[in-house]
Design a binder for this molecule. Structure first.
Ligand code: FAD
Length: 285
């Protein structure tokens, strides 16, 4: 289980991966994990597809493999909007059987044609339901405000409800402008949220991917970033190098400002994760 002391005198460095498509051979993700293992992350989290696109089996299996086969701490994502109490307990029991005690509790995105039919309308409800000493519960936060929030203030209040309910570790949505993150952390601390906040960094290695992601989550595109995309967007290799340099630049600035941790959205690309880790390795202690 992730120790409560992980953040003491230490800037956390963690990765996110997603389960392979059902049709993909399992070896592909094992090769990815092999590549990531050498980079010695503090933990690796495993996403869980939105309702209907994936069942819990692949997330549980991958989180278990990270923990047991690869010997790294793993975190299983668990969205709750379509989850019953019985399914939540079944999934956590399976995770615990495999020694996975860390759960990133999420509401999950709404599927337009599927009305929510679970027992947990918000992440805070599942956090309160699961809260126990056997589990380390994490939650998501949004430096640029969750797109469905009534206001920035209510979003922060609902984040506080998640930490009050038992989430003691936060991971942020991706952002490209560090100033937004610093403003958010100041507001969160002023609101009485004391849990460590890891900054979510997504290396942008192609134009289509980032435009899709930012349209979904509403992250602002700083001018420095759009200039870079305009110049290199049609040249995949140059775009990859520029995207890696941009992420490294963000990380150097964040660590210099004393961020609690960096959570790298690896997109299952160990080469990109390696380049970023190598460029920043001595910053983490
Ligand atoms: P919540 O905390 O429940 O908040 C959702 C919205 O409801 C917010 O606008 C909030 O302000 C509002 N709200 C909260 N409580 C209340 C209340 N009591 N009354 C009224 N409004 C309220 N999705 C997946 O499907 N699978 C994943 O693996 C996954 N991984 C993610 C990892 C990270 C680090 C992040 C940042 C997001 C991830 N997501 C994932 C996306 C996430 O599920 C969506 O952003 C989702 O829309 C919100 O999830 P949440 O847990 O933040 O929701």
């Amino acid at each position: 289980m992730i120790s409560e002391t992980l953040f003491q005198n230490h800037t956390v460095f963690s990765f996110e991966v997603f389960p392979p498509k059902r049709s993909a051979p399992i070896d592909t993700i094992y090769r990815t994990l092999d590549g990531l293992r050498g980079l010695r992350p503090d933990f690796i989290s495993v996403t869980y597809g939105a309702a209907g696109s994936q069942n819990s089996t692949s997330t549980v299996a991958l989180a278990a493999a990270i923990q047991n086969r690869f010997g790294m701490e793993s975190v299983a994502h668990l969205p709750c909007l379509y989850l019953s109490k019985a399914q939540a307990l079944e999934t956590t029991d399976q995770l615990l059987e495999h020694g996975v005690q860390n759960i990133l509790v999420l509401r999950g995105d709404k599927v337009p044609e599927l009305p929510p039919q679970g027992d947990f309308p918000h992440a805070a409800n599942l956090i309160a339901f699961l809260h126990s000493s056997r589990l380390h519960l994490l939650a998501a936060c949004y430096p640029e405000v969750h797109p469905e929030a009534e206001s920035a203030e209510s979003d922060l209040q609902h984040l506080k409800e998640k930490t009050d309910a038992g989430a003691n570790h936060l991971i942020s949505q991706l952002f490209l402008d560090n100033a937004c993150f610093y403003r958010f952390v100041r507001r969160a601390r002023a609101a009485g949220i004391t849990a460590p906040i890891e900054a979510g960094i997504m290396p942008v290695i192609n134009r289509k991917q980032i435009l899709h992601m930012t349209s979904l989550c509403g992250a602002a595109l700083p001018e420095k970033f759009t200039v870079m995309m305009d110049k290199y967007g049609d040249n995949p290799e140059a775009m990859r190098d520029a995207g890696i340099a941009y992420a490294v630049d963000q990380i150097v600035d964040l660590v210099s400002h004393g961020v609690d941790g960096i959570h790298l959205y690896t997109m299952n690309n160990p080469l990109v994760a390696r380049k970023i880790s190598e460029a920043t390795a001595t910053l983490f202690h």
